[in-house]
Design a protein around this ligand. Structure first.
Ligand code: SAM
Length: 229
């Protein structure tokens, strides 16, 4: 049984026949995709030995060795031209780590049709990378599972990437229009924690650094409050 979070990631990979899941851990996602579609060929990439072994064990246990290949390596290095990968998933890591995996292996993304990215934190770092590197967001969702809030970003290559405003980058150009309960809860929580930091900053001695931090937080709070309806 896949988590709701990974099920939503899987929804965005339907229709693609060659998929790479980078940082696959137990390989639950590629095994699920392969079980649901016999045509799917997937690569489960893992850099760490423990998760690599779990991925291999899961693939064998599921009888999917023909469809899912587990490869050990850093990020997109596990993909070769011969794999003709159509879609790449990178889920369950911080936004900066996902962005660095994309940056370090960007030559492997030529010809890719879709990226499905699920950052646990700091999704804005991914949005910045996407528009700088010829991608546009085609969908974004925010979901809540077991009291945790997750964002899923779906991107596809475009000739002319869009220009995002600061609010688009921070909150998501699609999510800020869709909003919804998980979105509101996440950003209300963020604003609350930034306001607490602001209160702390006001205590004690003033300094240039505190002033800069104060300005940054005020800007982010007004950006988010301006979007929340
Ligand atoms: N993708 C799965 C999910 O969403 O449930 C597993 C997420 S798990 C928290 C993150 C996995 O990414 C770990 O198994 C870790 O070993 C792997 N990982 C971290 N950095 C990586 C990299 N540069 N290349 C490949 N795998 C990486």
């Amino acid at each position: 049984q896949l988590s709701t979070r990974l099920e939503r990631v899987a929804d965005y990979l339907k229709g693609f026949q060659t998929i790479a899941d980078i940082g696959s851990d137990h390989a639950y996602l590629p095994c699920y995709l392969a079980l649901n579609n016999k045509m799917v060929k997937a690569i489960a990439g893992e850099v760490n030995d423990g998760p690599y072994q779990s991925a291999q064990a899961q693939v064998v246990k599921s009888g999917l060795s023909e469809q899912v290949q587990v490869r050990k390596g850093n990020g997109l290095a596990v993909i070769g031209d011969q794999d003709q990968i159509e879609a790449v998933a990178v889920a369950g890591m911080g936004g900066p780590l996902i962005a660095s995996i994309l940056e370090d292996g960007k030559e492997k993304l030529n010809g890719i049709k879709r990226l499905v990215l699920q950052p646990n934190i700091a999704a804005h770092t991914i949005r910045i990378w996407l528009v700088k590197n010829g991608f546009t967001l085609v969908d974004e969702i925010m979901i809540k599972e077991d009291d945790k809030i997750y964002e899923i970003l779906v991107a596809e290559p475009v000739v002319h990437p869009p220009t995002y405003t600061a609010a688009d980058v921070l909150l998501g150009p699609i999510l800020r229009d869709k909003q919804g309960s998980a979105f509101k809860e996440k950003w209300e929580r963020e604003v609350h924690s930034w306001e607490q930091v602001l209160n702390q900053l006001q205590k004690g001695k003033a300094s240039k650094e505190k002033e800069i931090k104060h300005q940054e937080l005020m800007q982010k709070i007004s950006l988010v409050k301006g979007v929340l309806s």
